[in-house]
Design a protein. Structure first.
Length: 278
C-alpha cells in the first residue's frame, strides 16, 4: 500500500477518534470548542473519501409517536452530527461509514483514485461558477408570510426573487417565470389557501396549497434538484403524494424556521451572513 493511501487512512482514523471523543469524553468548555473546530475542519475531506468509495449513506428519521413532529428523509448524518434529530445516535452511523471506507481503500486494488494526489478542495471550488445570491420565492395568497420570508432573506444578504415584482417586458407568465428562475435555491411557501379532496370523498375537504405553488415546486425540483428546494409549510395542509424526500420546515410563530432554513441554505453553499439569522 502506497504512502498516499496510508495517509488517507490515518486522517480517517483521526476523524473517527474525534467524533467518538465528542460523545464519550467529558471535556472542559475550551476542549469542547477545540474538538468541535477540528471536526468541522476535517469533515470535508472525510466526506469526500466516504463519497468516493461509495460508502456514503442517507437516513430517514421519524419522531417518537408520543412526541410528534416532522419526518426527515434522506438526511446526511454529517449534517446533523452536533444536533441529532430526536436524540438519534449519529456517531455509530458515521463510524460505520468510515470503517467501510477504510476497508475499500485497504482491500480494493482497483481503487486507484487515491494513488494520485488529492486535489485541494479550495482550488476545486474556485474553478466552479460562483454561487448566486438569488433565491426564488414561490408563494400563494399568504402575503404576510411572503413578506416575512423575503425580508429575512434580504437581512442575511440574499436576493429574494418574487415573480410579480419582476419587470414584465411583454412576456407571458410562463416566459417571465422561466426567465427569472435562474437561481441557486428555491423556497416554496405552502400555505392553506385552497381546499379539496378526491371526488370520491367530497365531504371531508382538506386544506391545500394553490395549484401554481405545486406546479412551481415540481418545476424547481426538476431544475435545481431536491437538495436546493425547501418548503415552508404553514398549518395542517395536504401535501403532494410524491413530495417525500424534499426538505420541509414548519413555518410557525417560534421563528425556529429561520435557523432550519439557514442550515439548508448553508448546505446548498449560498453565500450569506449567518450571524444575522436572529
Amino acid at each position: 500500500m502506497n504512502e498516499n493511501r496510508l495517509a488517507v487512512i490515518d486522517k480517517l482514523e483521526k476523524f473517527k477518534e474525534l467524533i467518538i471523543k465528542w460523545n464519550s469524553v467529558k471535556m472542559t468548555t475550551s476542549e469542547t470548542s477545540e474538538v468541535r473546530s477540528e471536526i468541522n475542519k476535517r469533515r470535508t475531506f472525510v466526506e469526500e473519501m466516504v463519497n468516493r468509495t461509495g460508502c456514503a449513506k442517507r437516513f430517514d428519521w421519524s419522531p417518537p409517536p408520543m412526541v410528534g413532529g416532522f419526518q426527515m428523509k434522506g438526511v446526511n448524518p454529517f449534517d446533523v452530527f452536533f444536533e441529532p434529530p430526536y436524540g438519534t445516535p449519529i456517531t455509530t452511523m458515521i463510524t460505520d461509514m468510515i470503517d467501510q471506507t477504510i476497508g475499500v481503500i485497504e482491500n480494493l486494488d482497483t481503487f486507484a483514485v487515491l494513488d494520485t494526489p488529492i486535489e485541494n478542495p479550495t482550488k476545486t471550488k474556485s474553478t466552479k461558477k460562483k454561487n448566486s445570491k438569488k433565491v426564488f420565492l414561490v408563494h400563494g395568497h399568504d402575503n404576510e408570510l411572503k413578506e416575512t420570508v423575503a425580508r429575512f432573506l434580504e437581512k442575511i444578504g440574499l436576493e429574494p426573487i418574487i415573480l410579480h415584482e419582476q419587470v414584465n417586458e411583454g412576456l407571458t407568465i410562463i416566459e417571465k417565470f422561466e426567465k427569472n428562475s435562474d437561481v441557486q435555491f428555491a423556497i416554496v411557501l405552502m400555505t392553506p389557501d385552497d381546499i379539496g379532496n378526491s371526488k370520491n370523498n367530497t365531504e371531508a375537504l382538506n386544506a391545500r396549497a394553490r395549484q401554481n405553488v405545486i406546479l412551481e415546486l415540481g418545476y424547481f425540483l426538476g431544475k435545481l434538484g431536491r437538495e436546493k428546494v425547501c418548503a415552508l409549510i404553514k398549518g395542517n395542509l395536504e401535501r403532494p403524494s410524491d413530495y417525500d424526500g424534499v426538505v420541509y420546515i414548519a413555518a410557525d410563530h417560534s421563528n425556529d424556521w429561520k435557523l432550519l432554513l439557514g442550515k439548508e441554505l448553508k448546505q446548498a453553499e449560498l453565500d450569506f451572513d449567518g450571524n444575522k439569522i436572529f
